[in-house]
Design a protein around this ligand. Structure first.
Ligand code: HEC
Length: 131
């Protein structure tokens, strides 16, 4: 049900996120990614850790990365493609969308911090694409 609400609110979130991404600071995002990095690598060559690799995450179907064995049932059953909008909504409160998630994170309640993190992940993906 939460997912339905979330999807219904996406167009509005899109313009809010667009405005925030225009102001986003990827360097600040890299610092904010510190706690995420204990479980996730943003560089493709580092592979998976206790969390799945996050290089090129935008455009991938959630919960389906080859070689990552620890997805929860909720993520395995997910049928959506990660977009900046979805990540922006999900990271506000990850456990609300996937109550059985194995990702032990309280998320990132601050909206501009989420945009900065997304800007960092987009930049990390772009850097990998040019390697
Ligand atoms: C304690 C370890 C841990 C921390 C900290 C953590 N994650 Fe995760 N993350 C996971 C695990 C485990 C999964 C798989 C979740 C599941 O299947 O329930 C995951 C899933 C994800 C996914 C989905 C990947 C996919 O392939 O669909 C994204 C995106 C993500 N995390 C981003 C983040 C961000 C951004 C942060 C920091 C705010 C963060 N994570 C913090 C462990 C962690």
């Amino acid at each position: 049900m939460f997912l339905g609400l979330l999807l219904a609110s996406l167009p509005a979130l899109g313009s809010e996120l667009e405005a925030r991404l225009a102001l986003a600071d990827a360097d600040r995002g890299r610092l904010l990614f510190g706690p995420c990095r204990t479980c996730h690598y943003p560089e493709a060559f580092m592979g998976h850790n206790t969390g799945p690799n996050l290089s090129g995450i935008f455009g991938k179907v959630a919960g389906k990365q080859a070689g990552f064995e620890f997805y929860s049932e909720g993520f395995k059953a997910a049928e959506f493609v990660w977009t900046p909008q979805l990540m922006y909504a999900w990271l506000e409160n990850p456990m609300a969308m996937f109550p059985d998630s194995r990702m032990m994170s309280l998320g990132v309640p601050d909206a501009q911090s989420r945009a900065d993190l997304i800007a960092f992940l987009l930049e990390a993906t772009d850097r990998d694409a040019r390697r």
